[in-house]
Design a protein around this ligand. Structure first.
Ligand code: GLY
Length: 331
């Protein structure tokens, strides 16, 4: 057995909280009412998203409205090169956006993939949830749906993204260079009645093959919510997160009683063991359990969570999965 695989198996055994705790899980159908609004989102740009979500609730909006309006902040910001208007294009120089939204009480959801010509894919995803019998619309179909719903088309390739594309094309004139980057904005909201909603939005990998879709708009992969268990969103290598149904897995561990941190650690361990890239993958999750406990975890360094409690938001650096494990072993 390869040494790294051996070490990873050891890590898995060490992390085996399910075996050691005899968790029974929550299958009662009883919902928690924490009385508190809790928000957690990915990356420092999640801070503005959390604030917009709080403002939406304060103005009388629903939890779905709040996560939608929350992630729209990043979609509108041309300085963010992995989401919405600022997003980097595919290898043909075209911005293709993915987004999804889900209600953890009704299990209603909506998603769009490879959407061209609209800066706010999350609004179109919400319209899919509200006005379509389907859950996911892709490409031209998503675009014609957006048009039918009255959304105006807009330029989606920002000046900065266009410049970055020209630089990439100079290096790779055949249009076949490597893909880069994957900083999805995902937001989980627990409202004061214990209701959970999630939303995700991304431009996906820069220089991707046209039509490539990652984890972010796919229910269970980039996002998942169930009021009885918790909510989770992902950021990172979409192919690797999708391979293990990452967000669904985190929620299911939480349903069995794991803390969000334990659930995320188990899921990161699963990714490392199932991916051909092993621990070289980047994957990160943020989650809220139904009782309001939050957690975040990342395979690689550099990930941050934006956490809002009592109306105050902090951007916090997230230790890597291995740093956490080593810390746990020292205790
Ligand atoms: N996690 C975003 C993507 O891979 O598209």
């Amino acid at each position: 057995m390869h040494r790294r695989d051996f070490l990873l198996r050891g890590a898995a055994a060490g992390a085996g909280f399910l075996a050691s705790t005899g968790l029974q899980g929550h299958e009662s159908g009883q919902l928690h009412s924490t009385g508190e609004v809790v928000l957690i989102s990915t990356w420092p740009f999640g801070k503005a998203a959390n604030q917009a979500a709080l403002d939406t609730l304060a103005a009388g909006g629903s939890s779905l409205d709040a996560v939608e309006k929350g992630v729209m902040t990043a979609e509108a910001n041309p300085a963010i090169q992995s989401v919405g208007y600022g997003g980097l294009p595919n290898r043909a120089g075209i911005v293709e956006l993915d987004a999804a939204i889900q209600d953890g009480r009704t299990f209603e959801s909506g998603a769009v993939c490879s959407l061209q010509g609209y800066r706010h894919p999350i609004q179109v995803a919400r319209a899919v949830l509200d006005h379509s019998p389907h859950l996911v619309l892709v490409g031209d179909g998503a675009r014609s749906f957006a048009t039918d719903q009255g959304f105006p088309t807009e330029e989606t390739l920002s000046e900065k993204a266009q410049e970055a594309y020209q630089r990439w094309l100079k290096k790779h004139p055949d249009g076949k260079g490597p893909v880069e980057g994957h900083d999805t904005l995902g937001l989980v909201l627990l409202n004061s009645n214990g209701h959970i909603c999630v939303a995700c939005t991304t431009s996906g990998l820069a220089w991707k093959h046209p039509g490539r879709v990652g984890d972010s708009p796919l229910l269970g992969h980039g996002l998942y919510a169930d009021d009885e268990a918790g909510g989770c969103v992902a950021t990172g290598d979409g192919e690797e997160i999708t391979r293990v149904c990452g967000s669904f897995l985190v929620v299911e561990w939480m349903r069995k009683g794991a803390s969000p941190e334990e659930a995320i650690a188990e899921t990161l361990d699963r990714i490392a063991r199932r991916s051909p890239k092993g621990r070289d993958v980047q994957a990160a999750f943020v989650a809220i359990r139904a009782d309001g406990v939050t957690g975040a975890g990342s395979m690689q360094e550099g990930f941050h969570q934006a956490l809002t409690r009592d109306g105050k938001t902090e951007v916090l650096s997230v230790p890597t999965f291995l740093e956490r494990k080593q810390d746990g072993n020292r205790r």
